[in-house]
Design a protein around this ligand. Structure first.
Ligand SMILES: NC(=O)c1ccc[n+]([C@@H]2O[C@H](COP(=O)([O-])OP(=O)(O)OC[C@H]3O[C@@H](n4cnc5c(N)ncnc54)[C@H](O)[C@@H]3O)[C@@H](O)[C@H]2O)c1
Length: 392
């Protein structure tokens, strides 16, 4: 690992090779605040693609790895080995890759879903706890500045008692049968052996669910779900409608779709309280609208004076200068860096109420996916997600 005094942490990446979907968001987000250097990687299993990526990124040849296991062992043995491993491979490989790095004593930031089932995710959470290592999960939407401000408002009671939550992550990217045309991202997302039958929930419903928990601080006590395949010929569910009973009986609904024809990204959340409601829409992420019972409406803008410290600490360029998806990844990585630097330098970790999602958040998300799957199989019966174990 890097030494005290080194102002940048060393990072290695698994996955995110040439042409991958999310790799570049991780790389640019990591580098945005000059707190990390990308020094090692196993970006693709194909040797040619690995070589191309390493050349493009200027990574030393002795830190280019054909295999993630070799990378974990070699980096752990180096005096200047990586402080953090980023995992951005398809879902079914997460458990073995994360395990390899945690067992080597290296902190991990893994893409969602953390595993393909809750048993796998629970093992990773337990392993990280046993080794006292950071394990983060890339539910990056909770790292937007205005999401943090929304969470602060709700936690400070600005909406009054919460009454209803409505969230949707309904995109239209797969409203045609991309998997039949060789689309790389569609290939594994539409394969039930890799992504599970409830693919749309594990892929994006889990983000929407995390946003509900992050904003409100409430957990899902029960879910009643219906999974559908809207696009003929598809082998997984591409649409999910889920009724939620949140902590204290607060009702909610969650719609996740990748077949919502004509929609772009489609992540939106509204939270209704006794005194006011709020709305945040990912395609206009710099704004947050609060509406009160008397009809008055406030449209908060990122960077304006007087917002919470949770929001203010995430601004870079000031009001009116658009910050978006890449900056959300940068915020996520900056929160992780705060903890890694503190641990490395032997100073107390500042624990913020609103920070990066942990392995436990990843586990709770998968328990939600499993509850949705079970409810759908039982004709939409109410199902209680298996609760996280004490201490996790
Ligand atoms: N947080 C988000 O907003 C977000 C968005 C998209 C995808 N994701 C998640 O990110 C992960 C990757 O998704 P994607 O759409 O980028 O997939 P992708 O298919 O576009 O890319 C996967 C990459 O991983 C590489 N890879 C696969 N197995 C590997 C291995 N064993 N060793 C090294 N490299 C390997 C592939 O060569 C490829 O470069 C998934 O878990 C997905 O759910 C998250």
């Amino acid at each position: 690992m890097t030494q005290p005094g080194d102002l940048r942490l060393a990072v290695g990446m698994v996955g995110g090779g040439p042409g991958s979907n999310i790799g570049i968001a991780h790389r640019t987000g990591l580098l945005l605040d000059d707190r990390y250097r990308l020094v090692a990687g196993s970006f693709a299993r194909d040797a040619g693609r690995q070589a191309a990526m390493v050349a493009q990124l200027g990574i030393d040849s002795d830190r280019s790895y054909a295999d993630f296991r070799a990378m974990a062992v070699a980096e752990a043995a180096r005096p200047d080995g990586i402080d953090l491993a980023v995992v951005a491979t398809p879902n079914d490989s997460h458990v073995e890759i994360v395990t390899a790095f945690l067992e080597a004593g290296i902190a991990v930031a893994c893409e969602k879903p953390l595993a393909t089932d809750s048993a796998g995710a629970a093992e990773l959470v337990a392993l990280a706890a046993e080794r006292d290592l950071v394990l983060a999960v890339a539910h990056c939407y909770s790292a937007y500045a205005m999401v943090r401000h929304a969470a602060r408002l709700i936690r400070d009671g600005a909406l009054g008692d919460l009454r209803f939550v409505d969230v949707e992550h309904a995109s239209g990217w797969a409203s045609v049968l991309h998997e039949a045309a060789g689309n790389k991202q569609a290939a594994w997302r539409m394969d039930p052996d890799v992504a599970g039958y409830a693919s749309v929930v594990a892929d994006i419903g889990i983000h929407a669910f995390h946003l509900v928990r992050y904003l409100t601080g409430l957990e899902a006590e029960e879910v009643s779900a219906q999974l559908d395949t809207l696009v003929p010929g598809r082998r997984v569910a591409d649409n999910a409608t889920v009724a939620l009973r949140l902590t204290g009986g607060v009702p909610g609904r969650l719609w996740a779709s990748m077949a919502a024809t004509g929609q772009a990204h489609g992540l939106k959340i509204r939270v209704f309280g006794a005194d006011a409601s709020l709305e945040w829409f990912h395609e206009d992420p710099q704004h947050l609208v609060v509406r009160r019972a008397d009809g008055t409406e406030t449209r908060y803008a990122q960077g304006m004076a007087g917002l919470s410290e949770d929001e203010a600490r995430l601004n870079r360029v000031g009001m009116g200068h658009a910050e978006g998806f890449i900056e959300a990844f940068a915020n996520y990585y900056s929160d992780i860096a705060d903890e890694l630097f503190a641990r490395r330098d032997g100073v107390p970790v500042v624990h913020r109420e609103l920070s990066y999602p942990t392995g436990t958040d990843g586990l709770v998300g998968i328990q939600f996916v499993e509850a949705v799957t079970a409810s759908n199989a039982a004709n939409s019966a109410w199902v209680r997600p298996v609760s996280k174990k004490a201490g996790q």
